[in-house]
Design a protein around this ligand. Structure first.
Ligand code: SF4
Length: 461
């Protein structure tokens, strides 16, 4: 007999937490009630969210929301902190292959204005530092570096350049001018091999000229030396290969979780928790081993619910493929409130989900994976992958979340929209979602309802 699992608001989680504790809940060191993130860290957005009610989801949220605290603790233990910027999933694999290093993405500060509902004033402070609202919310990281109230100041700051968006390029350069030294490495813009040109197969069904892979490999060689110098031990191939295998363990778990949730006839886990779970791939939320434990518990919860017929959305919910991360986490709740569910997603880092080849020299394997980044190649490549995944998971509609100010979104969104319409004839909408979207919720809801209703009407044709 199928059952619908109710989601919990924060007050509901207060009661649920007491109940789980009464049943002998065993938590990781960063565990505790969700409420404390509001009371202590001013993460006021949690009061507006609807959460999954499982112990696995509690662990996921506590893991996410204690990242800065855990980074400060690591610094206190004498570990070295590496800030990696823009590549989303490459340099952290190398950093975590070395003892005593902890890598994180300062870019992640783009969710701080959402979580703190603007009380952090980071976006306003970014304006006073010369980066205004014509840039995407990643600009929040600039004052976060300056005021030191969020993440610790990294011992080494590494940023990819070349094929990166104008927003990030400008913000990172501004950061350097403010006195934060940056180790730059170059990422060429991926192109298709020309006839007769040497080519390499990349993860994600892509190919690139061998000369581009060589270029990335040589750049990563420089990164390897910088990381090894910081760690005080060489990052040799054996150590790096171990790091790749450990990263692949995370990627395999995520692949199983995505398959279990997105392909299921009804969703066993909510969209919001799936977004957070996918984000763990890029830098393991600053703890690779714990990421494995968090994902394994989520996967076990999903499998258990599928066996018992317990779902968070009804079988009638429209299967939506979602493109881009949302600046306001509440938008993922809204999708389900409007009768949709996730049946796939491209949160802008599909290369961090693909397995890194283990049958190649490790730096070559990492270079190929880095070059498969959807944001360094043509939008048509990204659109083709969206189409493949929509087909695989029987998506009935596509939602493209535009990121306010993001320089790539307008053109890219249109290419994805046209490709999906032409090849799959699915309804597609684009929504711009600001970091705190409360004032726009009615408009966002009516647009989501419209696409859900269009998809439902097509079922009866
Ligand atoms: S514009 Fe897009 S790719 Fe660039 S930093 Fe912002 S969200 Fe990331």
């Amino acid at each position: 007999m199928n059952a619908l699992m109710p989601k919990l608001d924060l007050a509901g989680w207060d009661r649920r937490y007491a109940e789980l504790q009464g049943r002998g809940l065993h938590e990781a060191a960063y565990g505790g009630p969700l409420r404390r993130h509001v009371d202590r860290d001013r993460d006021f957005r949690l009061e507006q969210l609807q959460f999954d009610g499982s112990a696995a989801a509690l662990r996921l949220w506590n893991f996410l929301l204690t990242e800065n605290e855990r980074l400060h603790q690591a610094r206190g233990r004498g570990e070295k902190i590496v800030g990696t910027m823009k590549d989303l999933g490459t340099v952290p694999v190398m950093a975590y292959a070395l003892p005593g290093l902890r890598a994180f993405y300062p870019d992640g500060a783009w969710w701080t204005p959402c979580l703190m509902e603007g009380s952090d004033q980071l976006l306003q402070q970014a304006e006073s530092l010369g980066i205004d609202a014509s840039f995407c919310p990643v600009r929040a990281m600039l004052p976060a570096f300056q005021n030191g109230e969020h993440f610790p100041r990294p011992d080494l700051l590494i940023c990819s350049t070349g094929a990166v968006c104008d927003d990030f390029s400008a913000i990172a350069q501004r950061l350097e001018h403010l006195g934060h030294a940056i180790f730059w490495w170059e990422m060429p813009r991926r192109r298709a091999p020309e006839p007769g040109e040497g080519a390499c197969v990349l993860p994600g069904n892509l190919t690139a000229p061998s000369i581009q892979v060589d270029c990335v490999r040589l750049e990563l060689e420089r990164v390897r030396l910088a990381l090894a110098e910081l760690a005080g031990v060489p990052l040799d191939d054996a150590r790096l290969a171990d790091g790749l295998r450990a990263a692949n363990r995370v990627r395999r778990l995520l692949a199983s979780l995505r398959q279990a949730v997105y392909a299921a006839p009804a969703a066993p886990l909510p969209a919001l928790e799936m977004l957070v779970a996918e984000m763990l791939a890029i830098h393991f939320c600053s703890d690779r081993e714990e990421t494995v434990a968090v994902l394994a518990e989520l996967l076990a919860e999903a499998h258990s619910r599928l066996r018992r017929g317990h779902f968070v959305s009804g079988a009638q919910a429209v299967r939506v493929f979602w493109v881009n991360p949302v600046a306001d986490l509440r938008a993922m709740n809204l999708l389900e409130d409007c009768g949709g569910r996730l049946a796939g997603a491209d949160f802008m880092f599909s290369h961090a989900l693909d397995l890194i080849p283990e049958d190649l020299p490790p730096l070559e394997a990492l270079a190929r994976t880095a070059l498969a980044d959807p944001m360094v190649g043509p939008a048509t490549d990204r659109a083709a992958r969206v189409v493949r995944e929509c087909r695989a998971n029987r998506a009935e509609a596509v939602v493209i979340a535009r990121i306010p100010g993001a320089s790539h979104c307008v053109r890219e969104g249109e290419i994805i929209r046209q490709t999906v319409r032409q090849t799959l004839d699915l309804p597609v909408i684009e929504l711009e979602i600001p970091p705190v979207s409360d004032a726009m919720l009615p408009a966002l809801a009516s647009r989501l309802q419209a696409v859900v209703e269009t998809a439902l009407a097509r079922r009866s044709k």
